[in-house]
Structures are given as structure tokens and as C-alpha cells.
Write a protein that binds this ligand. Structure first.
Ligand code: SF4
Ligand code: SF4
Length: 76
């Protein structure tokens, strides 16, 4: 099973909670602001992400989603 990891930059308010809790130090806040003027989180070290879901659980704005990708249906 593969997973798609996504941060909705325009939902993010740049609080940094996800950055603080990530056990692999994957996340950082962007230098570029989003449409609301906040600096959103992004996976600066994507290759280190273990898809543990801690950042998703912590985010008060539900800006982070990890979605299973159904390979079987994708191949049909
Ligand atoms: S899923 Fe886990 S390892 Fe990946 S960015 Fe979120 S907290 Fe870090
Ligand atoms: S916890 Fe959510 S709102 Fe806060 S910086 Fe991370 S993605 Fe953005």
C-alpha cells in the first residue's frame, strides 16, 4: 500500500505544532506566505518521513492528510 501525503498550504496557519512533534524532523515552515499571510509547513526532508501520522493528529486545522492509494484500482 502506498500513501499520498499532502499539506493544504492555504488551511495552514503556520503554528509550528507539526514541526515540533515530528519524530524525524521532517517538517519546516516555508519562507513564502500562503493566501492568508501565514507561513505554511512543508516536508523539507520528505525522504525521512515514515508516515507515522503524528503531524496529522496534532494539526488543529486539519491541514495535513495521509491518504492510502489503492494500487489495484489504479492499475485497472
Ligand atoms: S508523518 Fe510522521 S514522520 Fe512524516 S512528517 Fe508527519 S510526523 Fe513527521
Ligand atoms: S500543525 Fe497544521 S496549522 Fe500548524 S503549522 Fe502544521 S500544518 Fe500548519
Amino acid at each position: 500500500m502506498n500513501y499520498q501525503y499532502q499539506i493544504d498550504a492555504d488551511r495552514c496557519k503556520g503554528c509550528g505544532l507539526c514541526v515540533a512533534v515530528c519524530p524525524k524532523k521532517v517538517l519546516e515552515l516555508s519562507q513564502t506566505n500562503n493566501s492568508k499571510g501565514y507561513f505554511p509547513a512543508y516536508r523539507a526532508r520528505e525522504e525521512d518521513c515514515v508516515l507515522c501520522g503524528t503531524c496529522c493528529i496534532m494539526c488543529p486545522d486539519v491541514a495535513i492528510t495521509i491518504t492510502p492509494i489503492d494500487n489495484a484500482s489504479a492499475e485497472k
